[in-house]
Structure formats: C-alpha cells, structure tokens
Design a protein around this ligand. Structure first.
Ligand code: NCD
Ligand code: ZN
Length: 346
C-alpha cells in the first residue's frame, strides 16, 4: 500500500468562485492546490462580455493570497443576446477560455441563460469556426421532465442534435451524473469531453434523502441512483482522456442551504483533491489520478500542462464541520468526516 503520491499540479475545470467577500475567503482553498481553474460566470449579474470578464479576472487576481501561483480561466455566460463578435474577440485575446451554456432556469443564477440553442446557433457556429470550447450545463428545464431524468433527456433533445449539426464544436459536458452521459461521451467524437465532481463519485441520492433531508448534499445536477454513480466511477478512473476533474465547488452560506428552499451547490474546494484521491484508491486506480486531475483537461483545452507537483500523503484528515466565509459559515463537502489523504505540506 503506497503512503505517498506525487502528481503534476492539477487544474479544476469547473469552479464557482463568487465575488466580493466570499471570493476572498474561498479562493485560497483552490489556489493552494490547483494551477488553474475554469471560473464559472454565473454571478449576479452574470459575466456576459469580454469587458466584464476582464474586470472579474482582475478581482480574482487581486483576491489571491500573496505568493499564489494560480491562473483563473474565464468563461462567458451565453444568453439569447450574446454577440459573437465580442465573444470570439475575447477568446482570441486570451480573456475567455470557453463559453458556458446554461439552459435558462437550469440552476443557480441561470435565469438569463439560453432559452433555446437555436436562438444562439450563429454564436455556436462562430465558436466552432474559432475552435472555442463550449461548456454545457446538460439538463433540460422542461417542467414536464422529472428532475432525475433531465440530463438524459438533454442528451437526446439538445446535445446529440447540436453535435450532429456542428460536429467539430469542442464541447465539455459538465458535471455528468448519469450512465447515459458516460455512454454518450464514450461513444462520442474526440471533441466531446466531460467533467466529473467528487460528490457524484462519492454519493448517490440516498445520501440526500435517507434519514432526513440533507441540504448540504444537494447540488445540480441532483445526485442520482447508485448505478449512475458506479458508471461515473468507472469513467473517471478509466484513464480515458475524455474525463477530467471539475469540482463544481459552489459555496452557499449555511443559512441559504438550510432553508425551506435551499440553494443547490456543494462547497468541496477545501478537500477536493483528497476527495478524488479516496475514490481513485477505492477503485485501485491511484496511478490514474494524475491523468484525470492534471493532464486530460489541459490537453482538451489545448493548454500547456502545469509544471509543478502536488504531493498527497496517507494521513487521516478530519474535515471541519463548517468553514468561515464572509463573516458567516459554509458547510464543506465531507464535513465532520475523516479523509485518508492529506496534501503535504499542509
Ligand atoms: C451551482 C451554483 O451554485 O452556482 N450549483 C450547483 O448545484 N452546482 C450552479 C451549477 O453549476 O449548476
Ligand atoms: Zn457549476
């Protein structure tokens, strides 16, 4: 049994950093471990222009602890009004690494998202032409579709037709949660990839609903049945370059989670890599953690691999029950549990 694992410095290909005092308090957890992160644009108001993304990037860089070596990779929140001129110029200028498709009302701060992909087809065509990656929140929002089926239905109704129409579009199917999504990505072209969160590798929907309703395990896409979790674990640990690390760390203050209408999102940034390491070890795939965490995503985004390393040591680590954020608290993923691995030096 190995006691230490050194891997190339990882990246987080899906992260919510928020803004203001929350940004200041959550950013250090990511910057400590990850070289880069794809920063989600679902602020209120969302980041919809190159100018807004530059300003947000500046606020992130200003919030970094001294001595950090961390690069935020910005994304553009697509709306029905997105202009391809500004978007593609922002990509060519190195401001945007990708654009994000939120179906309108699919998740937190997505009310201004895209009502119908056909409405933005010229923008998607321009992205395809420019080679600009598209990050997709893959759930339909049709009220008639059961929330547990929304990802699978999205594949049939939106994603498959989109890839048929634009076969060269570089698409990241984000935070996949179902065996149908894994099957679709496995069978798809090399320009289709997916991110997987730690929570969807650790938990099925029982964790959210058995013995009481547990708001800190509630995120979107919602946790699914065990068969889906097992499919995700096989995909993440397979060594395939189509799957990479994207935490979807999404902090919400405790009171907004523990509520009659609690927010969706799990704050996993503080122990994200250790959480993934536990899964890879359980799947006897620790030797593939580096591909998933530090190689596959950079290759897909056509960015250089990070140069530094991170070392994990087998040493029990108790996760705190809550973490101070913006003069309040956030309950992190694995709160109160003991994880087997710890990043060293701590
Ligand atoms: C995210 C958030 O809070 O911004 N929540 C979540 O449950 N994942 C939004 C998202 O990525 O869907
Ligand atoms: Zn997200």
């Amino acid at each position: 049994m190995r006691d230490q694992l050194t891997i190339r410095r990882p990246d987080d290909w899906h992260l919510h950093l928020r803004d203001g005092p929350v940004l200041r308090d959550v950013l250090p957890y990511t910057a400590r471990v990850f070289g880069r992160a794809i920063v989600m644009p679902n602020l209120s108001p969302p980041v919809t222009t190159t100018a807004a993304a530059r300003a947000y990037r500046d606020r992130i860089l200003a919030a970094l602890p001294d001595g950090s070596d961390f690069t935020p990779l910005m994304t553009c929140y697509l709306t029905d009004e997105t202009q391809s001129g500004d978007l593609i110029a922002g990509y060519r200028d190195g401001v945007f690494a990708a654009a994000k498709l939120y179906p309108a009302h699919a998740t937190t701060n997505s009310a201004g998202g895209v009502t119908d992909v056909h409405a933005i087809m010229p923008v998607l065509e321009a992205m395809c032409e420019a080679g600009m990656p598209l990050c997709v929140h893959g759930e339909v929002t049709d009220a008639a579709i059961d929330i547990f089926d929304r990802e699978a239905v999205f594949i049939d109704r939106v994603l498959a037709p989109l890839l048929d129409r634009l076969p060269d579009l570089r698409v990241i199917f984000e935070h996949v949660t179902t065996r149908q999504a894994v099957q679709f990505v496995d069978d798809g072209p090399a320009n289709l990839a997916a991110t997987i969160t730690p929570q969807h590798l650790h938990l099925n929907r029982n964790a959210m609903l058995v013995g009481g309703i547990r708001p800190h395990t509630y995120c979107l896409p919602v946790l699914k049945r065990e068969e889906h979790r097992l499919a995700l674990r096989r995909a993440a640990t397979s060594g395939s370059l189509k799957y990479f690390l994207g935490t979807d760390s999404a902090p919400h203050l405790r009171a907004t989670k523990e509520s009659a209408c609690g927010c969706a999102g799990i704050f996993n940034a503080p122990q994200a890599l250790e959480s993934y390491a536990a899964v890879f070890e359980e799947e006897q795939a620790l030797d593939r953690l580096e591909t998933f965490a530090s190689v596959a995503g950079a290759l897909f985004y056509r960015l250089p691999l990070n140069t530094g390393t991170v070392t994990l040591r087998r040493e029990p680590q108790q996760v705190p029950g809550e973490i101070a954020v913006a003069e309040e608290t956030v309950v992190p993923f694995h709160a109160g549990e003991t994880l087997r691995w710890r990043i060293t030096p701590a």
